[in-house]
Design a protein around this ligand. Sequence first.
Ligand SMILES: *Cc1c(COP(=O)(O)O)cnc(C)c1O
Length: 408
Amino acid sequence: MKGFTSRILHSDLRQPIEHGALHKPVHTSVAFGYEQAREIAEVFQGKRKGYSYARQINPTVVALEEKITLMEEGVATACFATGMAAIHAVMFALLRQGDHLVSSQFLFGNTNSLFNTLTNMGIEVSFVDATDAANVAAALRPETRIVFVETIANPCTQVSDLEGIGALCAERGLLYIVDNTMTSPWLFRPVTVGAGLVVNSLTKFIAGHGDVLGGAVTDTGRYDWSRFPNIHDVYRKGDPSGWGLLQIRKKGLRDTGGTLSGMAAHQIAIGAETLALRQDRSAGNALTLARFFDGHPAIERVFYPGLPSHPEHRRASELFRNSGSLMSIELRPDLDCFEVLDALEIPIVSSNLGDNRTLAIPVAQTIYFEMGPARRASMGISDGMIRLSIGIEDIDDLLADFRHALPA
Ligand SMILES: *Cc1c(COP(=O)(O)O)cnc(C)c1O
């Protein structure tokens, strides 16, 4: 089986399941018993596969990890309670005082906040315009350990120079981490541009129903961990391909406890079954709406990579299956974004994205409020900006609603 959806649907059944059940059961045990005492010792020493304690490993979560690995065409995945827990685990496990991180300046707000906290802990961070690999190259130092970018940034939809940065990182032996949340592995697989690790917030498109949180880190197998200076001696054993994720699991999951529960893993696995169907539908809706907004007299600007006027339109068309479901619109300066939002009936005013329902939020006053006006201005976020995460509703309903809410 090669197809994306066929493989997700049948991945649990690659292992026998009790009673011929079609889904991996939800496991709730905190601990796992062993008949032979020697076996638990071998599990703890990494000599035998097995379950120790549910903060570190749970069979339902392992089944989801295998699905994410298949989706990303990687070699292994570790899941976490949230996307932020996953990003935190990677940085906490892999960086040391004096190290340098180069990150895109166009970042999910909480990732931006997390990276600023790293600077309090002796890790230096350079934020650069990652739409051009030359800006990343100019920021590199001898202490640079990681380059981190998103695929389509939030809220202005900049598309990183994913290929150029991949080539640069390969040439310099740097660990390249791509946050694939906005595209999901259905639209794009970062392994194809040389990413060593892929981060996904499972909360968004992969789960898709806005009813569960989760995060994942996938090792693509493209990075040579023997070149990474910060791997502890205890994890430098055997095949180097497993070193990085092992250290992330031990230092970033076991020791910090951002664990995904079995129940949440089950809900995410159910959502993942329909990822391709949902994302094609919501992206189709998004493109139709973006064309409607483009040139509408109430709207100054539309940020959507599917429009030919978008600065990275060609790159997005070449790299991604479609342009996704996230867009922002900037209202004419005399219009009040709160009034427009209140006039809409279908979009729910909400901070999430990647839900089946269309969600809308005023950006400057909410998710990007804490960073202040100067950083907002540097990111191109105006007070009249509304971010939209387009859902799978019937397009005629969405069009009618926006036609009614936007002053002609
Ligand atoms: C939402 C999001 C995250 C964080 O995920 P949570 O599951 O909400 O913790 C990280 N990166 C991007 C791009 C996101 O959109």
